[in-house]
Design a protein around this ligand. Structure first.
Ligand code: GLN
Length: 192
């Protein structure tokens, strides 16, 4: 299994390390053209506006096509890029998840925090505690009918999945718990 991590900016190296720990071959990609022979993609945290600038229209288009066919996991800024509706300010993206997401939604006072949320296991109704690192995090304000919530914090959705796309508003690559990445790798193994 070969997973690409988009390495334009942000904390891509923590994802690389985590995926390698889980026995996956990782390629750091800077151009969407390099995605041709990978099984899945991770879009890391960073600044989603900067990602859009660096990708350009052609890059965004290429990424859109990839996301439609292969599993893609976005964390924080990556989650913002996957959403079909972005606020604060409005910006375009990949439109892969039917969610409304608000950038920098927690205000300056709580720029970053580590909180305990709940991880919904194995697509069943059981859940268990999960450490979550939030950094200038966005908030998911609306979840469309086809979207599955896979983690919550304070009763609100913080990780979701729909079709080939999965997103978390926190940074699972910065916590020792590997379950979020394992859930993504399961999607890659199943093809969705
Ligand atoms: N605040 C960033 C954005 O709006 C996301 C922060 C992050 O990825 N840690 O794009």
């Amino acid at each position: 299994m070969k997973i690409a991590v988009l390495a334009l900016q942000g904390d891509f190296d923590a994802h690389r390390k985590r995926l390698e720990e889980l026995g996956v071959k990782v390629v750091l990609v800077k151009k969407p053209e390099q995605l041709d022979h990978v099984d899945g993609l991770v879009i890391p945290g960073g600044e989603s506006g900067t990602f859009l600038k660096l990708l350009g229209e052609a890059g965004l288009e290429k990424l859109k096509q990839f996301v439609q066919t292969k599993p893609t996991f976005g964390t924080c800024a990556g989650a913002i890029l996957l959403a079909n509706e972005v606020e604060n300010p409005k910006q375009s993206g990949l439109g892969a998840l039917d969610i409304r997401i608000r950038r920098n939604a927690y205000g300056r006072q709580i720029d970053s925090s580590i909180r305990e949320g709940r991880f919904v296991q194995d697509r069943r109704d059981q859940d268990s505690p999960l450490e979550m690192v939030f950094i200038r995090a966005p908030k998911i304000e609306r979840v469309g009918p086809g979207v599955e919530v896979i983690a919550t914090e304070g009763g609100n959705p913080v990780a979701v999945r729909q079709g080939t796309a999965m997103a978390a508003t926190f940074h699972p690559e910065l916590s020792p718990d590997t379950r979020m990445h394992c859930a993504f790798l399961d999607m890659v193994r199943n093809g969705h």
